[in-house]
Design a protein. Sequence first.
Length: 53
Amino acid sequence: MKTKTFDCVQMKRRGAESVRKQLEGKSFEQRLEYWQEGTSRLKKLQTQTREKK
């Protein structure tokens, strides 16, 4: 039997906990801005990656 060296469920839970802590105490508008900024950064990264190919 193999020993797992990577647990994707554990990684997902750690990520969710990190986001929860970052958004704790924030208003709806602040939370919305957080997700909009993240989406914007991701789209920019995707565009840069496509341009390099």
